[in-house]
Design a protein around this ligand. Sequence first.
Ligand code: ADP
Length: 226
Amino acid sequence: MSLLTARGVKLSFGSTPALRGADLVVGAGEIVAIMGPSGSGKSTLLHCLAGILVPDEGEITFDGRRIDALGETGRSALRRDTFGFVFQFGQLVPELTAEENVALPLLLSGVRRARAIQRAREWFPRVGLDGLGDRRSGELSGGQAQRVALARGLVAEPRVLFADEPTGSLDSLAGEQVMNLMVEAARERGTTVVVVTHEARVAAYADREVIVRDGLVHDMAGTAAP
Ligand code: ADP
């Protein structure tokens, strides 16, 4: 069953066309890797699917609802309550401890602080960071910080996790750890994952790979998706 779809999505930044009619169907519980050369439109597609950007033309649906037709308030509620995010450079809040960073999505959804911290804490052994919850991001390695970012992306049990080059800033061992944890956690809960990457070894963790080239989505056979 399809959970998330893009149909004929076009988006330009000024006179630069980033997407030129992109189509993608993501099934519930599916892990899809979006690959393709730099500048081809991968991040823009991810941002449209996640309700961060609104296409100029075309439709984005989540669970049968048009999300491109929602206003900023509706899309931001959807992002907060239903989607999780992991970006290339973790983007942890440096003033907060690792634990507080993980608790953030829960706090923003109105979960009480004590409960949010408790739920955040449960993630640390799962991502191999037992005992590191009170560190700040400056006291963590890149791989550790990215595992904190992963826990933050998953703590509120999102229906979809969007990951944009989640291993892009890591060495291969740390990258593998992050991918293993991400895929394991997603499979355990049936979380749908859309991951943008330019690394074939990262895409190998996915159920399916698509390639974005010149603002269009192609399947692995190299043809534009129907
Ligand atoms: P990728 O993720 O595949 O590297 P992007 O989706 O980031 O590609 O970018 C697609 C195209 O849109 C590129 O030509 C890029 O320069 C342009 N672009 C992306 N974001 C912006 C922006 N905020 N302002 C202007 N141009 C942008």
